[in-house]
Design a protein around this ligand. Sequence first.
Ligand code: DI6
Ligand code: FE
Length: 406
Amino acid sequence: MTPPLDLLLRNVRIVTGADDACAVSPPSFVAVARGRIARVGTMQTLDAGVAAHDEIDGGGALLTPGLIDCHTHLVYAGDRAREFEQRLQGASYEDIARAGGGIRSTLRLTREADEAELLRQSAQRLQELMRHGVTTVEIKSGYGLSLEHELKCLRVARALGEQAAVDVRTTLLAAHALPPEFEGRANDYIDEIVDRILPEAVRLGLADAVDGFCDTIGFTLAQTRRVFEAARALGLPVKLHAEQLSNQHGAALAAQFRALSADHLEHVDEPGVQAMARAGTVAVLLPGAYYFLRDTTLPPVDLLRRHGVPMAVATDCNPGTSPTTHLPLMLNMACTLFRLTPAEALLGVTRHAARALSLHATHGTIEPGKWADLCLWDAEAPAQLVYAIGASPLRRRFHHGLEQPG
Ligand code: DI6
Ligand code: FE
């Protein structure tokens, strides 16, 4: 027996995200039962007798999958506006990091904040993301950098998912930076991650994946490998901040571990891209960080395209290099700065972002069986979602079939 319909969205033009061109359908309908998409079809194929608990006439507006932000550092305290000023006066991001600022300054504030305060500050950012159409978000730890504080950050991430109408995937990023108590002893900190932090996060069910920062101001390839081996032994998928500031061959390592994604990639080379293609590793492009750091090395989008590596786009929401909660703005930047097409950009925050989180069986496209996570926009074509700088033409947002106030 077919279950009764909770929601019938009529007269919408759908970009399902299932085809690479992001074609716009003729006027169509989406029927939702138990939070999932039950049927999709053109208005001509809609039986006159179909009834649902809620019915909405979309007036011909554009319907897309709910947006997926597959790379954020949403849980942190304070901000880094002072460092922004220092950088405007000529200091580099690496200079500030080496002088004990950067990630470490956010570390201090995040450790000082209790769980309720951290939740309050992070929830504000999450609300902003949702206001711009996000229905699924990945949230990393990485500003606690000790057993106690990494677990605190992951608990906050889980709590955010429980209190807001959004799906949250958590990622343990203990290998984000070296905490001051391990100064000069990076390998000991890796031991701490591998022996204590990671197993405890897994035991408590707080981490869905494991990430690292492999770079000159982060961790070496060998240290990253140790973290990946530990993750694999515990059954967790990995991903990596790779080739952001220099080429450390992190993307190839990530691919060896069948990483879900390798992220940033400004300095990746062709062997790295080929390895990602073979492993099915998604390239997560982060134009907000590129812009904010006034980077000049573009990620090799043509190379990624040529090798058929799926590209996702995310905010990288973090206080140091990408203080933004505006995913549609990242679509604009991905096209303007990185030369993605509007269709590629949109797939980057829907189907490909779902793959980067291993959620592609249930999220990321408008197809029967998937969660009814949907955005209705005041737009007629995907290009309109992308081209206006900082606009947010979101009209309505649905999470698991329920409309959420904006
Ligand atoms: N790369 C980044 O862009 C962020 N983390 C990372 O590994 C920056 C984090 C910060 O500066 O606070
Ligand atoms: Fe990041």
